[in-house]
Write a protein that binds this ligand. Structure first.
Ligand code: GLY
Ligand code: MN
Ligand code: MN
Length: 445
């Protein structure tokens, strides 16, 4: 790992240390393998909070943070440290089957974490005798309870002892505090999201070159997945939604197995992940290369909502207010077309909220609430959001004129909140109807 990345993760550990305080300790577990069927596992993916603090992608690891210091025994020596990374032991046989392991000797040099031990030693920390010395113990409880294999055994012993431990120390889930940290991206992180967005835009542009009637949704999905890898992404940020016609009205449509026909719209909601950071783009294209009059009417209402909401993004504005603006623009547009008499009924056709935070998770694991003591709804520089208004008319909606039915349109961009306003990280992807048609036409020649 290069020094820039090392110092990013170190800065995250330092910030967490400051937030939890010297009389606290945090133990954050990494992910373990998960069985898919018989002796086959799902592809391993590190827990995002653990990655945020370490950048380490090996299974069966754990991180200890002790802001006030902890003394550990190593043979006859006593070591005082503020951070320990617990990693898998080197094992020649296992490494032949499943790949190289870093080994605790190499942790400091490779990852910049001050001290390291083999993972089984974490059980010493999770004992009554150690934990009772701390006022608070922060754990990634929800993730910890899903661990498998040897790490699960360590957790089981800890849980068996919890009734003895808990009266002496507060047990707190660290996810909320990490979520708050994760809501404000550093430049290191926004660069990753920017890169994930660029890769996604390049890949969408490849799709515009080949999209035509007769193809299947699945072909588009696999082409996108190919180009994400081709342009440097590691995997999809989430299962791609490639939804033609009526299918676009299923918000998380995942079958992607239908044929595209001439008069349909195709909604693609897909993006690449890059170095553990996600993008999230939706565009809606006419399969034929040209929008029909009715398609353009609805598309332009959604586009107006997308653009007006993006204009609103700046520090101090409430995300929930942007959501209300979106509904207002959509309702007015439909009302003007004579489709929606009662504007308060817009939710029936707009279905979902205006967007979400995005980062290491597509729907980023950050708090979004307003309580008496905490407001995570107000935008701040460094937040990264999606703006994704949509309108959806199924064939069952008898109150909607037939010509508009079986149509789902969403236009989604990734937007960084800057000090003075915002920057659209997905701005390279066309969205005006004329630009979409031109791009599809030019590439036809
Ligand atoms: N891709 C899922 C979403 O847009 O929220
Ligand atoms: Mn989204
Ligand atoms: Mn999306």
């Amino acid at each position: 790992m290069n020094k820039i990345q090392q110092s990013f993760h170190k800065s995250r550990r330092k910030e967490l240390s400051g937030l939890i305080g010297k009389d606290s300790i945090a133990v954050i577990f990494g992910n373990t393998f998960r069985n898919k069927s018989y002796d086959g596992d799902y592809l391993f993916k590190q827990y995002k909070n653990f990655y945020y603090l370490t950048g380490f992608t090996e299974a069966n690891s754990a991180l200890l943070i002790a802001p006030g210091g902890i003394t550990l025994k190593s043979g006859s020596q006593k070591i005082k440290t503020k951070e320990v990374l617990y990693v898998q032991p080197k094992d020649e046989k296992m490494e032949t089957w499943s790949g190289k392991r870093l080994g605790y000797n190499n942790v400091k040099n490779e990852l910049g974490v001050d001290y390291s031990e083999v993972n089984e030693k974490i059980c010493r920390i999770l004992s009554y005798h150690i934990l009772k010395n701390y006022r608070r113990v922060y754990l990634n409880i929800a993730e910890m309870l899903k661990l498998t294999g040897d790490m699960k055994k360590i957790i089981s012993d800890f849980l068996d002892n919890l009734n003895r431990i808990a009266p002496h120390t507060e047990i707190i889930d660290v996810s909320y505090i990490l979520g708050k940290m994760r809501s404000l991206k550093t430049e290191f992180e926004t660069e990753k999201i920017r890169k994930a967005s660029d890769i996604s835009v390049q890949s969408y542009n490849e799709i515009l070159k080949i999209l035509k009637p007769g193809m299947t949704e699945f072909e588009i999905q696999t082409e996108l997945e190919y180009y994400y890898r081709h342009y440097g992404g590691e995997e999809t940020a989430y299962h791609p939604i490639v939804a033609s016609g009526e299918n676009a009205c299923i918000l998380h449509y995942e079958n992607n197995d239908q044929k595209l026909s001439d008069n349909q719209l195709l909604l693609i909601d897909s993006a690449s992940e890059y170095n553990y950071y996600c993008s999230d783009i939706t565009r809606t294209f006419p399969v034929s290369g040209k929008f029909t009059h009715e398609q353009k009417e609805i598309y332009d209402i959604v586009l107006k909502a997308n653009k007006e909401c993006i204009k609103k993004v700046k520090p101090g504005v409430r995300f929930s207010e942007i959501g209300k603006l979106s509904e207002k623009v959509l309702a007015e547009g439909l009302n003007k077309l004579g489709i929606l008499k009662d504007k308060t009924e817009i939710k029936k056709y707009s279905l979902h909220g205006i967007g979400h935070h995005i980062g290491m998770d597509t729907h980023d694991a950050v708090p979004s609430s307003v309580t008496e003591s905490s407001d995570t709804d107000t935008l701040k520089p460094g937040m990264v959001l999606t703006i994704e208004p949509g309108l959806y008319f199924t064939k069952e909606m008898k109150e909607i004129p037939v010509k508009y039915r079986s149509m789902g349109i969403r236009i989604e961009d990734v937007v960084l909140v800057t000090k003075s306003g915002s920057e659209v990280l997905t701005r390279g992807m066309v969205k005006e109807t004329a630009d979409v048609e031109e791009k599809m036409h030019i590439t036809d020649l």
